[in-house]
Each structure stands twice: as C-alpha cells, then as structure tokens.
Write a protein that binds this ligand. Sequence first.
Ligand code: NDP
Length: 372
Amino acid sequence: MKSRRHFLQTIAAPLAVLPFLSKKDLEEITDNRSKRYDGPILRVAIMGLGSYGTRVADAMQSCTKAKLVGVISGTPSKITNWQAKYNIPEKNCYNYENFDNIKNNPDIDAVYIITPNSLHKPYAIRVAKAGKHVISEKPMALNAREGEEMVAACKKANVKLLVGYRMHFEPKTLEVIRMRKDGEFGKILFFQGLSGFRIGDPTQWRLNKQLAGGGSMMDIGIYSVNGARYMVGEEPVWVTAQETKTDPVKFKEGVDQTIQFQLGFPSGAVASCLSTYDMNGLDKFYLNGEKGFAEMQPSTGYGPIMGRTHKGELTQPHKTHQTVQMDEMSDIILTGKQPIVPIDGEEAVKDLKIMDAIFEACRTGKKITLEL
Ligand code: NDP
C-alpha cells in the first residue's frame, strides 16, 4: 500500500469514429484518457497456485487498485512460472513451511488463500499472526466453530478478514438487491436456488472429506445458501434438509452427493434449494415477491450472468468478477469502504452456521432452529 502508482485509464475510441464526435465528446475522451488513479494499491500474495488461483491472478492484471506481488506455493515449478508470467520478485516467493516470514516483508499487504478448504483456517491464522490481511476463498472454514476462530485470530492481530464472495459485486445481482430493497418486488415470499455440476475425477481433493470438509454443499451449494440470504434480504430462522446418495463409492462418508434444503425466514418467506455434484450446469436463482419476480440463469457462474425481472431483462454490463472483487477488496481493506453486501468473516460464519444446520438436519431428519 505504501507505494503509490499511477495507472492510466485509457478508453478505446477507434480513430475512424473521431470525425463524427462532437467537441464535448472529444474533450470527455481526452479527459478520461489522462485520468489517473492516484490512490492506495493493495499488494497481494496468492497462496495456492491452482485452477482458481490462476483465474484470480489473470483477472488481477486488469485491476486498478490491487496488484499481485507475491506467491505462496508448495510447487517450485509453479513459482518459477508465475514469477516469469506476472513479474514477481524472488523476495516475495514463499512455500508453506516458510511463509510466516512474510511478517518481515513490507511489500505485501494481504494474502489471498486459494487452497483446498480444510487449509483455509490454519493458513489464515498464520497469515494473521504475520500481521497481514487475510482473504480466504469460500467456504471460509469447515464449520462455524472454525470460522469463529478465524474471526477471533484476525481481530486479535488487528488485520481484516474477507472472503471471496465475488457475487457480492456482480452488477446484475446488485440490481436485483437494489430492486428488493426499494420494494419493487413487494413482500418477498419465495426463493429457489439450484447449484450444482457433475463432478469428474474421483481422486480429486473435492471428494476427500479431510481436504474438502464435505461434498457439493461446501463447494457449490454454498452459493444457494449465501444467495438465499442476499436475495431474500433476511437471515433464516430454521432449516430442514434431506440428502440423497446413489453412489457411495464415489461419495464416501461425509462427502455429500446431493442435498435438498429449505430455509424459513422471519417474514414467513421460504427458500427451497438444491446442492449437487451429480447434475450438469445447475445454476439458477428465482425470487418471488407479492409484486414481481427476478430470475437469474446462470446466477453464480463466472458470467456473463443472465437475468430478468417482471420489469424486463437485466442489462447491466458484465465485468470480470475477480477483477471487480479485488479492486473492491482494496477499497474495503485500505480505505474502510463498506460493501453493499458484507464479505467479512462474520458474514461467512453465518453461511457456515446454516451449513452446520443443514448437515445436522440431514443426519437427524429434524427441523433445526437457527440464531444468526
Ligand atoms: P485446485 O486443486 O485447482 O488448486 C488448489 C491449490 O492449492 C493447488 O494447486 C496447490 O497449489 C494448493 N494446495 C496446497 N495444499 C494442497 C493439498 N494438500 N492438496 C491439493 N492442493 C493443495 O483447487 P481450486 O483452485 O479449484 O480451489 C481452491 C479453493 O478455491 C477452494 O477453496 C475452492 O472452494 C475455491 N474456489 C472458489 C471459486 C470461486 O468462484 N470463488 C471457484 C473455484 C474454487 P500449490 O501447488 O501452489 O501449492
């Protein structure tokens, strides 16, 4: 954050159209071309150089307020490749054994943890102890108790804890949230969330209880859990859930294949959701209120998100989710900006409490009461 950089914001205006532009348009283009970002930059090290880590790193190349400056990895060859690809200096490269030394590195502000789920908590606590801000991928932890430990550790170390809830910055999602807040759907009655894909390789960590902490619910069902909350705009007070498992070889004990769950909200609104590793391309949100509806499909993929409401198609332009997320996280961490939908550790603990209750409801067959 200490170094200030100038980023030229250029806008593309093909030369061919220039003769047709008014003087005012031309002045605006010139003004925009010379507009500089002179604010603070969040300097980030990515931990876990896998598939999603690579997507985040690529998206960060277009960020204005955040910059990839370091890596933490268990694979030396990936470190070498990333150093060359993203121009990362040797002094900002760490492995899982020595990354506590990051505390002595004044050129890194935050670590973005993009490892398998069970490693988020232990690594987040070490990052916090090293005095760096923590960004964790979802699910933030394996259960609410672990999540609370992470929140406490970051508070104690006086660092921020944010979670990669990229949908909280997605323009069409934010428009539906605005409409709901402005009463355009009337009283909310019902939410449906469908989240799933057909998982392949049975040996991957996502199907390993120790590393994943569960199955589809931890990985993809969490989008419907979190989505139900930001779409309905309330916190659920009860949960019921049912699990279906037809392939106990691929989906071992504690690794869910398909879970249906229902949430009840204080207003009387209900949600009905499906989380699965067994159906292709399931990615749909539907919100129904007394005066209208919103329908999004795809609703949480990398985009473009598509959707319509009773007022017509949602037309907000697509922006690369991870680029927007990292620029917004920079503002949240460095300037104290408040996001429209929270992305902090406390927000993630609420999702984890709901998921704990979903698993309990599957186990016991009972309706579980929630207090978030
Ligand atoms: P990958 O398997 O592709 O990458 C995980 C990386 O973590 C590995 O490449 C490895 O990097 C590192 N790692 C450290 N320890 C282990 C271990 N014991 N086993 C395997 N890998 C290890 O997973 P993803 O990138 O798909 O997922 C990582 C996290 O990101 C998950 O928590 C997932 O839920 C989340 N995610 C979030 C998405 C979103 O849209 N917000 C989308 C996809 C994933 P290295 O070799 O550098 O150490």
